[in-house]
Design a protein around this ligand. Structure first.
Ligand SMILES: CC(C)(COP(=O)(O)OP(=O)(O)OC[C@H]1O[C@@H](n2cnc3c(N)ncnc32)[C@H](O)[C@@H]1OP(=O)(O)O)[C@@H](O)C(=O)NCCC(=O)NCCS
Length: 168
């Protein structure tokens, strides 16, 4: 049986090993990492999948904000989502995301974003590209992979810069 537990229960070295296995050791060059600098993952929205005492999946979320000249709107940056290569395509990524989204809804997080494949994140979880097309990030990215999931009735500026948000 797979257990889904808070990521804080897992030794950080094990998480780093899993991320290297899923994304490659050059993953730290990615622009998403610039958005995590100086802040801590959101504990309630960061989860691990564990089987027989081994880490097989992880998901971290981070506090960011969309800054404009009129102020800043908070968002949750989702990712990395990682499943150990030998356990991929077996529902673990979906289970991690579903649990995280349920917790985010409970916390009334109205806006989440990520950089990832729409074929996965739109199809299963409703993250879409149109709201993000005027947003800037601190580094290169594929615009069609910048996705957001915004609660009905909640509005975010069409233009602005995504940057880390200080943990409260
Ligand atoms: C992407 C990832 C998190 C998905 O988790 P997973 O447990 O392997 O996938 P799931 O079992 O939840 O979902 C399987 C379904 O999603 C599809 N899928 C998985 N990854 C996909 C991708 N990158 N693009 C499109 N579809 C994808 C599969 O085809 C499958 O669809 P089907 O049910 O119609 O056959 C995982 O494969 C992974 O860690 N990949 C490497 C790291 C990565 O790219 N992370 C995402 C960026 S943050």
């Amino acid at each position: 049986m797979i257990d889904y537990v808070p990521l804080g229960e897992i030794p950080p070295e094990a998480v780093e090993q899993l991320l290297d296995a899923a994304f490659g050791a050059d993953r730290r060059q990615r622009t998403a990492y610039r958005l995590r600098e100086g802040v801590e993952a959101i504990r309630e929205l960061s989860l691990a999948a564990v089987h027989d005492g081994e880490l097989i999946g992880s998901l971290q979320c981070w506090p960011v904000e969309l800054a404009t000249e009129n102020g800043a709107s908070p968002l949750v940056l989702v990712g990395p989502v990682a499943v150990r290569p030998d356990r991929q395509r077996d529902g673990i990524g979906r289970a991690l995301m579903t649990r995280m989204l349920e917790a985010a809804d409970r916390q009334c997080e109205a806006a989440l974003m990520l950089i990832g494949d729409a074929e996965y994140y739109e199809r299963f979880f409703g993250f879409v590209a149109p709201p993000t097309q005027g947003w800037r990030l601190p580094g290169p990215f594929d615009r069609h992979r910048l996705l957001a999931r915004i609660a009905p009735g909640h509005h975010l500026p069409a233009y602005g810069t995504i940057r880390p948000r200080a943990n409260l």
